[in-house]
Write a protein that binds this ligand. Sequence first.
Ligand code: NAD
Ligand SMILES: O=C(O)C(=O)C[C@@H](O)[C@H](O)[C@H](O)COP(=O)(O)O
Ligand code: ZN
Length: 371
Amino acid sequence: MSDIRVEAASASYTVHVDRNLLASIAERTAPLARKISQVFIVTSPEIDRLWGAPVRNGFETLGKRVTTLLIPAGESHKRMTTIERLLEELAQHGADRDTLLVALGGGVLGDMTGFLAAIWMRGVPFIQVPTTLLSQVDSSVGGKTGANLAAGKNLVGAFYHPLAVFADLDTLSTLPPRELRAGLQESVKAGVIRYPQLFAFMEQNAEAIRNGELSVLQPVIEDSIRMKAEVVEADERESGLRMILNFGHTVGHAIEAATGYKQLLHGEAIGWGMIAAVRLAQSRNLLDEATATRITKLVHAFGPLPPFEAEAQHLVTLTGSDKKKRSGTLSFILPTSIGTVDIVRDVTEAELLTAVETMLAEMRTANAVTA
Ligand SMILES: NC(=O)c1ccc[n+]([C@@H]2O[C@H](COP(=O)([O-])OP(=O)(O)OC[C@H]3O[C@@H](n4cnc5c(N)ncnc54)[C@H](O)[C@@H]3O)[C@@H](O)[C@H]2O)c1
Ligand SMILES: O=C(O)C(=O)C[C@@H](O)[C@H](O)[C@H](O)COP(=O)(O)O
Ligand SMILES: [Zn+2]
């Protein structure tokens, strides 16, 4: 069991990582939200069926009025139309400022519920109850909330932190293996950008981690959270250091947009994006071949990364809506060793195109071999 603190500029909170947490969430939240009279659990029908009851019962036992708001699973629903529908439902159910929102689910639900909490009556408290590996290691921590537009990933949103995060390891028992593996890509990212000991641990225990064995998964989850907490504490609003959490995301987000947010899971797109970034780093002589191979090998160890159809030039064009772009210049997070990265601001379109073409060629070769 671990309690990891996040001391960010605008908020401080605890990320609880443990088994059998769901039933005690209400009790643990009560001292943090004394005025709360109504609770809205935002989840999907599937997660509600699997894990909703203990969370709901906990709040009802404390005498709170609990309403469950359901949204369908999937990245394609992470849209403003869903947010607007949820806002209307909050209004219909008489939500006021003494309302607590509970995000019960993966990163899609967490990002949207956080945004909902940020804008409902200009802000009400919320807690994160992440039930995917990805949301436990990354998305529930750090206060990035929002939704996608057709033009690009997470283009609308707010920085808005939860009151607390409850990562119950038992919820991972029902997670489909593909979702678990996709989430591990964010932990590979964590290792590459800042935690070499985490990267080495993942290399040494790849098989058991991939199989979801809690004895090895738990330290991966806790280290990923610690890494993210450190970065968010140093740079909450991504004016500098926090950009490193975007390693693999510039091309990864372009892949998600190019495939309509439907074909690849976020973690899988980030896996391909990290490979493209590795190729870019190599082309600039920032990264030696042996280290590049260690990174791509670990990415593939948590694959297979599904192939997808997209033109290299189209992906490069889509990177134009990246939020790290300032005054027309895009910043790239390029690894220089296991545990260190450079933020590079002078990557040309031609260089990026070559790296994306290399990644796509590797994808086609891998696909041809497995087909
Ligand atoms: N805010 C951030 O800092 C941040 C960080 C990383 C990723 N993200 C965002 O997170 C999203 C991806 O999150 P995700 O990978 O959790 O995907 P997700 O939220 O779509 O969940 C994946 C799938 O798993 C199902 N599921 C969830 N928990 C389950 C469980 N315990 N048992 C069975 N099924 C379960 C869901 O219903 C869904 O179908 C993306 O939108 C990404 O942009 C945000
Ligand atoms: O918390 C962060 O900062 C991250 O970049 C974490 C990423 O894993 C996550 O996918 C995030 O949603 C990306 O944010 P964006 O600002 O690039 O849309
Ligand atoms: Zn991510």
